[in-house]
Design a protein around this ligand. Structure first.
Ligand code: SF4
Length: 97
């Protein structure tokens, strides 16, 4: 009976220690995304059609911010003035620029 109790206590302690360790590691190695990605994704049409050459609007937004991709590649967004809105967002600068 005592062996079972020791086993339960040991597993509980190990689980707690592993949880705390993972929590600390998650905070320490957290990768913060440039807020401009979300802002650009918000002004894109959200059609996820792939006409820009990326698998979706968010991938295109990330390419603009992190890879310096051209800002006028969203075909459905041309009539909506998306390129000008993206230029405004990019002109603000960000933590990676
Ligand atoms: S072309 Fe525009 S709407 Fe289509 S996936 Fe690219 S960003 Fe989204």
């Amino acid at each position: 009976m005592m062996q079972l109790l020791y086993g339960i206590v040991l597993l509980t302690v190990m689980g707690f220690v592993a949880g705390v360790g993972l929590g600390i590691a998650a905070k320490k190695f957290e990768v913060k995304e440039d807020p401009r990605v979300a802002e650009i994704a918000k002004v894109l049409p959200g059609a996820n059609c792939g006409l820009c050459g990326y698998p979706g609007c968010e991938a295109y937004a990330k390419a603009i911010v992190y890879k310096g991709e051209a800002m006028g590649k969203c075909v459905p967004g041309k009539k909506m003035g998306v390129e000008a809105k993206i230029r405004e967002i990019m002109a603000k600068g960000g933590p990676t620029s």
